[in-house]
Design a protein. Structure first.
Length: 476
């Protein structure tokens, strides 16, 4: 399909516009706790990553890219370790356009790209040294080849091996790829009814997954152990109603408002169903959407919380499903109304992303004013990590007690050897206490012990107040 120059110009403008809010705060915003864990995991080096020893849970590919970025740019400043996530988050916009183009045409592709450009979760994850934007890239790369692989022509075995490599890259990026693998298997199984050579299709799929498994066998073993043994620290039991409530809250946060989310999800599902005759990508996206919705509540049984980032796998189906409304309905009035509704949704999402993830609303991943002032007291060459207030209630997970002040705006801020240079000038040395509370049962205790020295400190900052060293509790 030949496209007009104006279409490619629109894609380029959307991509450039998407880069601005994603890149704006990555240099000035301090790392938060999990990002610091990413830096530490990357510092373990490629050998540890190949053995999956860089982190007790997460796959190594994003850590390897952070390690590569630190070597290319000669440091581990905030913008350097976040660069891989930023580039992947920006790349999602043209990639989702290509996916929408292949599935439904240029109009739906542009609509989906517009939503990807302003999506709050994707904007937020693009600003963090985490793996979720890279996962979205691998998800789209797994969807794009399906029409050719599942066409009536029998692809060569090498094509299936190449697809297995893409599946492996997805698994090496995030454990959310389990949903992707399940969706691909379901798509292959369902498509055999329409394929002229079902045996060849199944054997090709088996070859792809066999190759992917051979590349990911260490991680698959780790995952099986995690599922059988549970988390390294016991997760407090939560009744299913409580887990379901937390999952619904995470979905409500996904698009900035529960009301918006519960309008968007049914519309996206209905839009996907408009594409049911569009080929195997439709099946893949539908299965992904349903699988991600299905696992959110059960995930709480083995994980300490459910956040919007754990719904990342359903965002691509949502963008494509909403984009379908601008082309598939036969009535021109419906298509026009769909463009108006999508423009209004994009304005809402863009304004929410700007307020929350660019200007920085304290309580998410952005530090409050007190933490910003504290950072000004830290020399540029020193490391600075903050513990967001929304995580404070989970302090037990990182070895801290969830004290009442944590629920009223207290921010835990870590200063220290994240980059391995210099001494933090404020705060009390509490990292040794943190490591002691973690007691080596939790792998992150090794990181805390690595930081626990006279050159590292933890301070408790009351929002709007002055920096106060946190009291050191005497060990029994």
């Amino acid at each position: 399909m030949r496209l007009r120059a104006g279409t490619w110009l629109a894609v380029a403008l959307l991509t450039a516009a998407a880069a601005v809010p994603r890149a704006w705060p990555i240099a000035e915003r301090p790392l938060w706790f999990d990002e610091a864990s990413t830096v530490y995991g990357a510092e373990q080096g490629p050998a540890a990553m190949l053995r999956w020893e860089h982190h007790y849970e997460h796959p190594p590919l994003s850590y390897a890219l952070v390690w590569l970025a630190t070597r290319l740019f000669g440091g581990s400043d905030e913008w350097i370790v976040r660069l891989p996530s930023l580039l992947a988050g920006v790349a999602c916009v043209p990639l989702v356009f290509l996916l929408g183009l292949r599935l439904a045409g240029p109009g739906p592709g542009l609509a989906a790209a517009l939503l990807a450009a302003v999506d709050p979760n994707l904007v937020s994850e693009s600003q963090q040294a985490r793996m979720y934007t890279l996962f979205v890239v691998t998800l789209i790369l797994c969807a794009l080849p399906l029409p050719r692989l599942l066409s009536g022509r029998e692809p060569s075995p090498w094509a299936w091996v190449g697809y297995g490599l893409v599946l492996a890259l997805a698994f090496l990026t995030s454990l959310l790829s389990i949903l992707l693998w399940i969706a691909v298997i379901g798509t292959l199984a369902l498509w055999t009814r329409r394929h002229p050579a079902p045996r060849a299709l199944l054997s090709g799929g088996a070859l792809a997954f066999a190759f992917a498994t051979s590349l990911c066998h260490v991680g698959i073993g780790r995952l099986a152990y995690r599922l059988l043994e549970g988390p390294p620290e016991p997760v407090p039991e939560v009744p299913f109603t409580g887990a379901l409530s937390e999952a619904l809250q995470a979905l409500g946060d996904l698009f900035g408002s529960p009301l918006v989310t519960w309008l968007v999800l049914p519309a996206a599902l209905a839009g996907l169903l408009l594409l049911r005759r569009s080929g195997p990508i439709f099946l893949l996206l539908l299965l992904l959407l349903l699988a991600n919705l299905a696992i959110l509540a059960p995930l709480r049984e083995i994980h300490h919380l459910v956040r919007p980032r754990y719904a990342t796998a359903l965002e691509v189906p949502v963008w494509i499903g909403l984009g379908a409304w601008v082309a598939r309905p036969r009535a021109a009035a419906v298509r026009a109304a769909a463009w108006v509704a999508l423009a209004a949704l994009a304005l809402w999402l863009g304004s929410y992303s700007l307020r929350t993830h660019v200007l920085g609303t304290p309580g998410w991943y952005a530090p409050g004013e007190a933490a910003r002032r504290a950072r000004e007291q830290v020399a540029p060459e020193d490391g600075f990590v903050f513990f967001p207030p929304w995580l404070a209630k989970l302090g037990w997970y990182y070895g801290l007690e969830a004290r009442p002040p944590c629920q009223t705006g207290t921010t835990w801020v870590l200063f220290g050897y994240v980059r391995g240079r210099g001494a933090a000038p404020v705060g009390a040395d509490l990292l040794a206490e943190l490591a002691a509370r973690c007691e080596a049962r939790f792998d992150r205790a090794r990181w805390l012990e690595h930081l626990a020295s006279e050159d590292a400190a933890l301070a408790r900052i009351e929002r709007g107040g002055e920096v106060q060293p946190a009291p050191v509790e005497a060990e029994p």
